[in-house]
Design a protein around this ligand. Structure first.
Ligand code: SF4
Length: 95
């Protein structure tokens, strides 16, 4: 998978510990960075595709990514498109 997007990330050079909050509630600082990140969608899809279990990726916590994965799985089982599932966590700066 192309990882060039990593070099354009808004979190590059930031303290990585903010992206690994102890609780879901403490994820807001990381999510604020992700919301203005130009590669947020690439990051989210990378995390989902690689089953990243820890941290905030693409503006989504582990719990939120699990929710996206379950919804996509349900839609696929029904033969429905999964386009846009996960977009709810993408910040306004991501487009
Ligand atoms: S979406 Fe968030 S975690 Fe992913 S590269 Fe951008 S700032 Fe970093």
């Amino acid at each position: 998978m192309d990882r060039d997007w990593v070099n354009r990330s808004a979190c590059r050079g930031l303290d990585p510990t903010i992206f690994y909050p102890a609780t879901e509630e403490e994820a807001e600082e990381a999510k604020a960075v992700c919301a203005v990140c130009p590669v947020q969608e690439d990051c989210l899809e990378h995390a989902i595709g690689n089953r990243e279990h820890n941290g905030v990726w693409g503006g989504a916590t582990e719990r939120e990514r699990q929710r996206i994965i379950r919804r996509r799985r349900r839609l696929r089982a029904m033969g429905a498109p999964t386009d846009g599932v996960g977009a709810e966590v993408l910040g306004v700066g991501a487009r």
